[in-house]
Design a protein around this ligand. Structure first.
Ligand code: HEC
Length: 95
């Protein structure tokens, strides 16, 4: 399934914790690092505050379905659980 998470976890890490930076780097960074097409930029407080207020569950649901210029799952093949962890990671950059 998820080619995006094929990288082997480092020793002592679970596959779950290793997946977050891998999924972000391979699937999300292309838009969210620079704010492409109106994407909320990673670490941009003003862009994230109103979104973070919706909660991680609602934001994850947006990613799974796709929203605006963002394709479903951000164009990745990551699982719902992995997407939720990446969303948590993104939201945590501005708290
Ligand atoms: C093709 C560019 C693109 C990619 C790739 C992409 N996004 Fe997005 N993302 C966007 C855009 C544009 C928005 C703003 C959508 C809107 O509000 O209309 C957005 C919004 C979001 C939001 C806020 C959703 C909301 O309800 O406000 C989250 C969370 C998010 N992206 C996470 C991710 C994650 C996680 C990934 C990788 C799995 C990802 N994005 C990949 C473009 C992208």
């Amino acid at each position: 399934m998820a080619a995006a998470v094929a990288a082997a976890p480092k020793q002592g890490q679970t596959a779950q914790t290793a997946a977050v930076p891998t999924v972000y780097a391979q699937a999300c960074q292309v838009c969210h690092a620079a704010g492409v097409a109106g994407a909320p930029k990673l670490g941009d407080q003003a862009a994230w505050a109103p979104r973070a207020a919706q909660g991680v569950e609602a934001l994850t649901a947006s990613v799974v379905k796709g929203k605006g210029a963002m394709p479903p799952r951000g164009g990745s093949s990551a699982s719902d659980a992995q997407l939720r962890q990446v969303v948590e990671y993104m939201v945590n950059q501005v708290q």
